[in-house]
Design a protein around this ligand. Structure first.
Ligand code: NAD
Ligand code: MG
Length: 334
């Protein structure tokens, strides 16, 4: 059984005796900064002066300085900027201010595991990675619960790296839900695999391909949308509550029979071989190198795909249908 820490395993005071810089104020940054502050921790947010988030952070009662000023002031620096620009921000604004005994923290292992960032040996390097988006890290904290987190220690120079990281997890609400011990390697590789193969890449392609199959066969796009996208949430909720068996217990016997007989014709031996190949590209660092090189060129492929995918029929059909369901509080990408 994995090691999982809860509130009673954490010392809430350790992090209250440190000055914490949160670099970045996006999805994770705003949630960590506000939760820490409300837990009684001294926090400064590090942002470029021209950042559009600086005003928002100040409106929420947080102190904002430049990343370099925040890092210089802090004992604990949490890096919450996009992974593809993190190494540049680190070398320019954080590294010069890391003193012996400081703590450098991450919410994802990418830059440490792929050695884009190599911290000095006399600082602690740890990870508290919430297993959920930032707005949930914030909302669940306010509701008195939390999002489960992963903890990993890359360097323990002080001998207290784990206790400090657990105290941080406690302050953002993570130990209310559980903090699972892992390594930078395991977190990074499983996180990338999950988002590529199932959570983002795999699911998006299954949705598009099944939608297109129905529409090309002459069915109404609205029917196809309900079937291949909308209803997925109902199934995922069942999986979340009680696993595959609970989902199969809740659907009809007809659906369950179709699942066992047809599912493996969709995810075939060829698909499984592709999954292995994708995992190998992650493990070898080939994916990380490809993405960082793309990012340095301004991520043209990412931008082109983002535009093309926004024009897909399933998006316009979905927008119209969601507008008819105001109780869903429809959202659209900016
Ligand atoms: P984000 O894109 O939402 O926000 C990043 C913030 O960084 C921006 O809002 C901005 O304030 C700042 N920023 C951007 N470019 C900058 C620059 N050049 N210089 C200085 N500041 C800059 O990022 P995020 O999704 O919160 O991700 C932060 C970290 O958390 C990443 O390591 C990510 O892997 C990890 N993480 C994210 C999630 C998630 O759900 N989003 C979940 C777990 C872990
Ligand atoms: Mg993830």
């Amino acid at each position: 059984m994995a090691t999982i820490y809860y509130d009673s395993d954490c010392n809430p005071d350790l992090i209250k005796n440190k000055k914490v810089a949160i670099i970045g104020y996006g999805s994770q940054g705003h949630a960590h900064a506000l939760n820490l502050k409300e837990s009684g921790v001294e926090v400064v947010v590090g942002l470029r002066p021209e950042s559009s988030s600086a005003h928002e952070a100040r409106e929420s009662g947080l102190e904002v300085r430049t990343p370099a000023e925040a890092a210089e002031w802090a004992d604990v620096v949490m890096m919450l900027v996009p992974d593809q620009v993190m190494a540049d921000i680190y070398s320019e604004s954080v590294e010069p201010f890391l003193d012996k005994g400081d703590t450098l923290m991450f919410a994802h292992g990418f830059n440490i595991h792929f050695a884009a960032i190599t911290p000095p040996e006399d600082v602690d390097v740890s990870m508290i990675a919430p297993k959920g988006p930032g707005h949930l890290v914030r909302r669940t904290y306010q509701e008195g619960s939390g999002v489960p987190c992963l903890i990993a220690i890359h360097q323990d120079a002080s001998g207290e790296a784990r206790e400090t990281a657990l105290s941080y997890a406690h302050a953002i609400g993570g130990s209310r839900a559980g903090v699972l011990e892992t390594t930078f390697k395991e977190e990074t590789e499983t996180d990338l695999f999950g988002e590529q193969v199932i959570l983002c890449g795999g699911v998006a392609e299954l949705i598009k391909a099944s939608f297109e199959t129905l529409v090309e066969a002459g069915y109404q796009p609205e029917s196809a949308y309900f079937e291949t996208l909308h209803e997925l949430k109902l199934i995922v909720d069942l999986l979340f509550e009680g696993g595959l068996s609970w989902m199969r217990y809740s659907v009809s016997d007809t659906a369950e029979y179709g699942d066992y007989t047809r599912g493996a014709r969709i995810v075939t031996d060829e698909t499984r071989a592709s999954m292995k190949k994708v995992l190998e590209e992650i493990q070898s660092g080939a994916f990380a190198n490809e993405w960082l090189a793309q990012a340095r060129e301004g991520a043209p492929f990412l931008k082109e795909q983002r535009e093309a995918n926004r024009r897909h029929q399933i998006e316009s059909v979905g927008r119209e249908l969601r507008d008819m369901m105001p109780f869903l509080e429809p959202k659209s990408a900016p």
